[in-house]
Design a protein around this ligand. Sequence first.
Ligand code: SF4
Ligand code: SF4
Length: 64
Amino acid sequence: MAFQIVRSICTACGDCLPLCPTKSISPFKGTYKIDAETCTECVGEHDLPQCISACMEDDCIVAA
Ligand code: SF4
Ligand code: SF4
């Protein structure tokens, strides 16, 4: 279970990065990416995925 960032929508604001409890978000080629190996979808940590809660862009972070 993991999410991914749609790079064509991501504005590279960086708001999501510091909120990830598993440090799965990192800069990548001018925008950001989620490491599918470590993203837990925030299960067990938060009621909602913190990156999706933070992201202002519609459909920017989606199920991988
Ligand atoms: S869903 Fe949670 S664990 Fe996965 S990238 Fe977003 S903030 Fe990090
Ligand atoms: S909050 Fe959304 S737009 Fe901003 S860097 Fe993260 S994925 Fe990209």
